[in-house]
Design a protein around this ligand. Sequence first.
Ligand SMILES: C[S@@+](CC[C@H](N)C(=O)[O-])C[C@H]1O[C@@H](n2cnc3c(N)ncnc32)[C@H](O)[C@@H]1O
Length: 205
Amino acid sequence: MNYFNELAADFDREPKRIELASEVGDAMIENLRFSPGCQVMDYGAGTGLLTFKLQPHAGTITAVDSSEQMLDVIAAKIARVQVHNVQTLKWNVESDALLPASFDIIVGSMVLHHIENTQGAMDRFAMMLKDGGQIAFADLDAEEGDFHSDATAAAHRGFDRDEFAAHLRMAGFRNVRFSTASVVRKPTSSGVEKEYPVFLAAAEK
Ligand SMILES: C[S@@+](CC[C@H](N)C(=O)[O-])C[C@H]1O[C@@H](n2cnc3c(N)ncnc32)[C@H](O)[C@@H]1O
C-alpha cells in the first residue's frame, strides 16, 4: 500500500502540518500574483491544507496527488464546505501523460523531496504552464536525512537552494527567487529537538 494512502485519514491530526501549510500559503500569496480567473494547480496536495488556503485567491484550483486516499479526504472537504472552485485529479508527474498547458500558476509544498527526478519534474511543469505562468514550490532546505523517521520515505534529503534554482532555470524559468516560508521544529529519533527550514522558490515562465 502507498505510504501516503496509509497516512491520509490521520494527516490533519498533526498541528505542525496545518501550521506549515498555512505559513507556506502566506508566502505564496505574498510572492505570486493571483487573479480572480486564474487556473491553479496544487501538486502533491495531500489533504488540501494548502489548496484550501489558496482557494479564495484562485479562479479554480486543481488539487493533484498520486494517492487516491489523500484525494478522498479533499473530496469530503469540498462536499462539507461547499466550495465550487476546487477539483481533484489523480496524476503523477513522474509517469502520467502531460496535461494541457492550461495553468496560470503551479504550486506545491513538501512534495518534491518525494520525487526522484527533480529536473524532469520542473521540465514537465514548465510545459503545463501558460506563457508568463508562475511556479512556486516549498520544500526542505538540505537536511541530514533525519526529517523522516522512515529514511526510505523520501527521495531527497531536502534541497540546496542554488541547485534547485539551477533546475528551475534549466527548465526555462526566470526571475527565480527564494524566501524562508517556515521552520519545522521536531525531535529526531534520538529525542533532540531540531529545526528544519522550509524554503519557498518562486519563478516565472
Ligand atoms: C508531505 S505530503 C504534503 C501534502 C500537502 N502539500 C501539504 O503541504 O499538506 C506529500 C504529498 O505528496 C504526494 N505525492 C508523493 N509523491 C507524489 C507524486 N509522485 N505525484 C503526486 N503526488 C505525490 C503524497 O501522496 C502526499 O499527499
